[in-house]
Write a protein that binds this ligand. Sequence first.
Ligand code: GLU
Length: 418
Amino acid sequence: MSTEKTTNPFLIAQQQVRNACDALKLEPAAYEILKQPLRVMEVAIPVTMDDGTVRVFPGWRSQHNDAIGPTKGGLRFHPDVYVDEVKALSMWMTFKCAVLGLPYGGGKGAIKCNPKELSQGEIERLSRGWVDKMAQVIGPEKDVPAPDVYTNPQIMAWMVDEFSKIRQYNNFGLMTGKPLIIGGSAGRSTATARGCVFVIKEAAKKLGLQIKGAKVAVEGFGNAGSFAAQLMSELGAVIVAVVDSKGGAYDPSGLDIKAVYAWKEKNGTVKGAPGTQDISNEALLTLDVDVLIPAALENQITAAIAPNVKAKIVAEAANGPTTPEADEILYKKGTFVIPDILASAGGVTVSYFEWVQNLENFYWTEEEVNSRLERMMVESFNAVHEMHSKQKVNMRSAAFMVAVNRVVQAMRVRGWLH
Ligand code: GLU
């Protein structure tokens, strides 16, 4: 049984922003502007299915705040997605971009569908349909989507193609997370995970923890989770468990991540990978490990689970994985939580690099991307850590304070606030 006041991500995001506004002693109008998106577009997308019937899918794009620049954020395909989740995710993007000092506001999109039950042709028509309906509100200077849960570079490619047809010229800066051949950036596919690992290294230094030999559990084995597991194991950490939506793989002496990845490619899940034991999501979250990386969906670490979390560091590669009540419990226990708006910011940071490369038509090497990413993640970690130490608040509140402060500064100079 959960003791959560709410698991509605929009109400949670509002509370986080409210707390930061209060802590920064801002005038009420600041929160009044920030407490909701500036614009939410809701569309219905008819798709001709392979059997000739037509199905209509609901889609959204929420643009939370553009004081610092064009809105930016991923596009999620999920059967359970709903508008309040999209709004919350767009709010978190505003503050994620602000923590990293990116010249962007926050946006997020979604289509309510189950991509696992759709053919490639159906996914292509659905993706193009979303762009047709959203063409007025998106664009390289307005709002720049990217991959998120269950979307990928191929989907970005169809979307850029559709937009380019509408505009009648190539418009690669519309989306980020594209395939390399049409303006994708080196290092983008591993960027969320790499950014997360950079801040884990910083946190480990502060706590005096060795990454080599540290035990790690990863919840989620998509783009963020699978690469985070791989990168951590390359640093000598021992990945004891991973789970995806269908099951888990556990080996107390350490998993061979490449082998687990290959197994998932073939079987659609990590469950049953040779030489591993099964493990549930909840059991993974409460394993006796040094580092826990939630890299799946919202509301995974709840008030019921938090008291049993044993990890010293929780690095949130997912958006919103910890409920506010669980957050309190972890803080009181002394768990070091690296909040989502910092720990998951590597993806959008390299998205920014991709967009800059598209605007300039001049492409960088992977080394250049990774070293710039490292510098920005480390600087942002230190800014948040300093706020955390000075104000004696947890890392999440500190991150929101740093971010809200920047967005409010922009709103002030633009004359939205006095
Ligand atoms: N979907 C990712 C996120 O939640 C990346 C967004 C982007 O690259 O714009 O941060």
